[in-house]
Write a protein that binds this ligand. Sequence first.
Ligand code: FUB
Length: 323
Amino acid sequence: MNKLRCLFLALSATTVSVLFANTNDSLPKEGNPIIKDKFTADPAALVYKDTVFLYTGHDVAPKGRASYEMHEWLCYSSTDMVTWKEHPSPLNVKAFAWAKDDAWASQVIEKDGKFYWYVAISHGSIHGKAIGVAVSNSPTGPFIDAIGKALITNDMTTDTKISWDDIDPCVFIDDDGQAYLFWGNTICYYAKLKPNMIELDGPINKLSLPNFTEAPWVHKRKGWYYLSYSYQFPEKTVYAMSKSITGPWQFKGIINELAGNSNTNHHAIIDFKGRSYFVYHTGALAADAGSFHRSVCIDDLYYNKDGTIKRIIMTTEGVKAVK
Ligand code: FUB
C-alpha cells in the first residue's frame, strides 16, 4: 500500500469516528440514561431471585412527531443495576387480538412461578384505553394474552369523560397473598384481584389523591404502604403513605422533580441487594429527544428514619454496580 493510500484510509477512519462521535455512541457506556440505542419509556421493574427485570415501552415516533407511537414492550435484565442485557421483545400489541395499538405503560409481577404482565392499550371495539393481561412461565417470555379480552375497559369507569383514564396498571401483592390492581389517569382506581390474577374480585374503588395525573406505583416497607404517582402536568413524582393498603393515604409530597425534557415522569421503586432504587424516564437521551422520545434512568432512593422518602437526586452518572 503506498503512503498516499495509507493517509487516505487513516483520514477516512478519523472522519467515520468523528461522525459516530456525534451520535449517541459518544455517551459514556454507563450512567443515565441506561439504554442508549433505543427510546425506552414507562419503566416497571421486577426483582426475581438475584436478577432485576426491567420492562419498558418503546417510543418509535418519527423524529419531530409530537405524539406517542408505541407498538411493543421491551425487556432488559441485570444482576448489578449497571450492566443491562436486552432480551428479544417479549410482548407486542399484536398479542392482544381485541386491541388496536398503543403499547402504553405496563407492569410485570410474579405469582406462584407465573409472570403476569398488565398493560395499558387502546381497545379495538370499546372506545378508549383498556387494561390487558399477558402471562408467561418466564420473566423474559414469551407472553400470551391471559384472558382473550380486556380486564378493564373504559365503560367500566364512568366518573370522568376522558377515554384514557384506564391506563398505567400497577399490581401489588400483600403479605397475605391478596393482589390489588391500581391504575388510572385523573382518577386513581383500585380493585382486588382474584387468586388467578386475571379477574377482579369486588368493586372498583376510587382514591382521593392531590393532583393525581397517572402512573401509580405501590410498594411496602417496614409496615408502611407507599403509593407514589405522577402529579400535575408536566409531571413530578409524589407519594402518599398509609398503614393500610386501602388507606387512608397521607400525602407526603414530592420525590422527584420534573424529569429533564419530558412532560411525563413514569417511575418504579424497588429494593435490590440491600439498596433502594428509583427507576424513571426522561427525555434526555439526545438534544432532539423529549416527551415522545423518552429514556429510562435509575438513581438511588433513600428513606429517612421515619420512613419518609428523601428527594431523588437525578444524576447523569447513575448508580454504582452492586455485587
Ligand atoms: O407512554 C404513554 C403514557 O405516557 C403512559 O401510559 C403514561 O404513564 C405516560 O408516561
